[in-house]
Design a protein around this ligand. Structure first.
Ligand SMILES: Nc1ncnc2c1ncn2[C@@H]1O[C@H](COP(=O)(O)OP(=O)(O)OP(=O)(O)O)[C@@H](O)[C@H]1O
Ligand SMILES: [Mg+2]
Length: 195
């Protein structure tokens, strides 16, 4: 029995069940995230949780249905109560996520790039795609996670997903604001072709 209320209608959940992928973040109430993530899981739709949003611990019932958890370094430190100052410490903290059942962790490392950790495998690191001018990094994380989700839903390899996401985030930091700075696919592909 779940202690979380069901809020969404079956009709709304159908949308989730027919999605290519489900991307959640923590500005949405946990009760809603849990309901949609369970619906996605029941339909074989992968669930990504961006750790950004409220800072409370992630309820175990949500952790149980997440395929990929995506924190930045600060969020990873807070969620695991471990330091994340260097890559070795990040690895240790990610290990704690694996121990509670999260198989994949996609860590955003700001100007140091990103890394995808899959339990039992070597992490895949992705450096940033350098931007000629960094104007505003607001929204870079959301752009990164969203672009990664798009690429994964399209069946790209993990390495390709990381590179696609890095390209989208690199374009994002070159424009002011959070929403207007999210690039279109055309620009992301152009940048990838020139790199
Ligand atoms: N200076 C930079 N130049 C190019 N790309 C960058 C730069 N800073 C960040 N990025 C890209 O953006 C991605 C996500 O950035 P970051 O780690 O800051 O996310 P975040 O802290 O979750 O951000 P947000 O504030 O949007 O939640 C990085 O993994 C990297 O690919
Ligand atoms: Mg973020």
């Amino acid at each position: 029995m779940s202690c979380w209320p069901n809020i969404l209608s079956d009709k709304s959940l159908e949308v989730v069940k027919n999605a290519g992928i489900l991307l959640l973040q923590r500005e949405i109430p946990d009760s809603v995230n849990i309901q949609v993530a369970k619906a996605a899981q029941s339909a074989g739709v992968s669930v990504i949780l961006d750790a950004g949003g409220v800072e409370s611990p992630i309820p175990p019932e949500l952790v149980a249905v997440v395929d990929i958890l995506s924190p930045n370094e600060t969020e990873l430190a807070r969620l695991t109560n471990m330091p994340t100052e260097d890559f070795e410490q990040i690895k240790q903290a990610v290990g704690k996520c694996h121990n509670v059942g999260v198989k994949q962790v996609l860590v955003k490392l700001g100007a140091k790039g990103s890394a995808l950790f899959t339990e039992g495998e070597e992490p895949i690191r992705q450096p940033i795609i350098s931007a000629p001018k960094v104007i505003d990094t607001t929204g870079a994380g959301d752009t990164f996670t969203a672009a990664f989700a798009v690429a994964l839903a399209e069946g790209k390899s993990q390495k390709e997903c990381l590179k696609f996401a890095a390209a989208a985030a690199s374009l994002c930091v070159q424009v002011k604001g959070a929403i207007p700075s999210m690039p279109e696919r055309k620009s992301v592909l152009q940048l990838l072709h020139s790199n």
